[in-house]
Design a protein around this ligand. Structure first.
Ligand code: PLP
Length: 565
């Protein structure tokens, strides 16, 4: 294609995109095609000779577009949003303009600095602690990654590296001939996150070859500090070593024994025994309270306590080492929030533990003053991830990852062969040492365009509109007593379910999605099958939401024992 042809065809392409967006509402939200449909329409080999551009566009229109799921459709409500603004799209064209690969400042000076600027702008707009700003010069900063999953994986790899180095240093038996072998410490490491943390967390733990504990959340789907603290391997302090000494010694304790013992420990902890005799008295008293307590507590809590008790016992006995905690702000399942201040408080008692925050979706909302309360506890964290490609009008891929101490990340990631050395300028930020791939896309550019095109106020208005539509939907659903709203709506996600069996809810979702009118996604938390409805489109209005609710209600059969309104 010549420069002249590019000018003509480029304009045509822009028209095609604008027309698609303009008429998206007329389409089914998801296509009515079967797996393999496209492969059967396209040749099995690449063309030997150049083809006519019109023929290529014709295939786009007639074969590819009919198989597209329309994420930017006002009635697409599955998953979390994915940005798709024109500003981002055009910014991405500028990124691709020069065919550059931004692995170092010398390889791409302006784009490297643009990434730094865009990430500092984002951190400031969200109100992140200053140590996450490149500008602040305290050794921290942000780097774009492909996804939140990669950011989480990086955070765990870095935490693992730091902890294994420390264990090696403290190990009198380490082998000086093999200083790089840290693998012997891996079996002792334990990562902690909630049972509803994103699947990227257990996956990261598997990839880093460490054990993890998926901790139960409270009734608000929030991981709490006391749960974490109990799961941690506190070095036996006076009080806990007394208790440990008193833990019944049989390895085959049945779960009920553990429940009881878990309660006794709780009661005794709360009364702070002063010496071993006092402890004996308090344990006896605690056993006397147990029957009443067992009646009062739910089965779920009993089970939870059994788990914690077992973990504590096992962890301490096995000499495991907590090295990583991830708190989620805005869980994928229900958009709940772990209690960061409490978790940070626990981690402060264990300063070598890496505290990460995964705010892939909800983090963007921190640009609005009314969501700044989410920042509480953030001053104690080591790393943070947010996806501007979810809720800030930016295309995939653009996941922002911030670290407090970039030295730790660089020490984990650095690759420094001579052929990559900067031969001209010496710079402090070399992005190839901030991520796994060497070659990096120029992701800062599109976010920079988005900031300039919308302004922070435009981005705030976008997020507020989603939150407002979600609240409206919540209101409508609450009026129909066949449904329950599963978790308080704070952002753009509304989680609902028919007050019936999981099977009834599965049927309902299947019926709705088959219609092609709406697209919703499921999840299951604490045994309940839930229908997630997320506001994802910039153009979703109250009218769309009203129709969505009517569709939901009219697709629902009467639930046993409930009368249709
Ligand atoms: N963390 C949370 C809370 C998420 O909601 C998601 C995806 O929705 C992820 C992590 C994974 O994101 P990614 O697809 O960017 O890897």
């Amino acid at each position: 294609m010549s420069h002249k042809d590019f000018q003509r065809r480029g304009k045509e392409m822009i028209d095609l995109i604008a027309d698609y967006r303009d008429t998206i509402i007329k389409r089914r939200v998801v296509p009515d095609v079967k797996p393999g449909y496209l492969r059967s329409l396209l040749p099995t080999e690449a063309p030997k000779k150049p083809e006519d551009w019109d023929a290529i566009l014709c295939d786009v229109d007639q074969k590819i577009l009919p198989g597209l799921a329309h994420w930017l459709h006002p009635r697409f409500h599955a998953y979390f949003p994915s940005g798709g603004s024109y500003a981002s799209l055009l910014g991405d064209m500028v990124s691709g303009m020069g065919g550059c690969v931004a692995f170092s400042w010398n390889a791409c000076p302006s784009y490297t600095e643009l990434e730094i600027v865009a990430l500092d702008w984002l951190a400031k707009a969200m109100g992140l602690p200053e140590f996450f700003l490149h500008e602040c010069g305290a050794g921290g900063g942000g780097a774009f990654q492909m996804s939140a999953s990669s950011s989480i994986y990086l955070s765990m790899l870095t935490a693992r590296r730091m902890m294994t180095l420390k264990l090696r240093e403290e190990d009198p038996e380490n082998d000086p001939k093999n200083p790089k072998d840290l693998s012997c410490y891996l079996p002792r490491l334990v990562a902690y996150f909630s049972s509803i943390a994103h699947s990227a967390l257990p996956k990261a733990a598997d990839l880093t070859v460490v054990q993890y504990r998926a901790l139960e959340t409270d009734d608000n789907f929030s991981m709490r500090g006391d749960t974490l603290e109990k799961a941690f391997i506190a070095k036996p302090t006076t009080r806990s070593s007394y208790l440990l000494a008193w833990t019944p010694n049989s390895p085959d304790l049945t779960p009920p024994d553990f429940f009881i013992w878990g309660f006794v420990k709780d009661i005794v902890y709360s009364q702070k025994p002063t010496n071993i005799d006092d402890l004996r008295v308090k344990i006896t008293q605690a056993f006397q309270q147990i029957t009443l307590l067992m009646l009062q507590r739910t089965w779920a809590e009993l089970h939870h306590r059994y788990e914690l008790c077992r973990q504590m016992k096992e962890d301490i006995a096995e000499g495991l080492v907590p090295f990583y905690v991830s708190a989620t702000l805005g869980t994928t399942d229900v958009c709940s929030f772990d209690n960061l201040p409490e978790l940070a408080e626990v981690c402060r008692k264990h300063p070598d533990v890496w505290l990460h925050v995964d705010a892939a979706y909800a983090g963007s909302a921190m640009i609005c003053p009314e969501f700044k309360y989410l920042l509480e506890g953030m001053e104690h964290i080591d790393s943070f991830n947010v996806n501007p490609y979810k809720w800030l009008h930016t295309h995939h891929d653009a996941a922002a990852y911030y670290v407090k101490d970039a030295w730790k990340l660089n020490e984990t990631m650095s690759a420094d062969p001579l052929y990559l050395h900067d031969t001209t300028e010496k710079v402090t930020v070399t992005f190839r040492n901030w991520s796994i791939p060497l070659s990096r896309r120029l992701r800062g550019c599109k976010l920079w365009f988005v900031f300039r095109d919308f302004g922070i106020e435009g981005l705030q208005a976008y997020i507020r509109n989603h939150c407002c539509m979600a609240k409206y939907l919540e209101e409508l659903v609450r009026k129909d007593d066949r449904f329950e709203v599963v978790h308080e709506v704070t952002m753009g996600l509304v989680c609902v379910r028919l007050c019936g069996s999981n099977e009834q809810n599965k049927d309902l979702l299947r019926t709705i999605n088959r219609s092609g009118e709406l697209h919703l996604s499921p999840t299951e938390v604490k045994g309940k099958y839930i229908i997630r409805i997320c506001i994802v489109c910039p153009e979703t209005t109250k009218e769309h939401v009203g129709k969505l609710a009517s569709h939901l209600f009219s697709s629902s059969k009467p639930v046993m024992g409930k009368v249709l309104p």
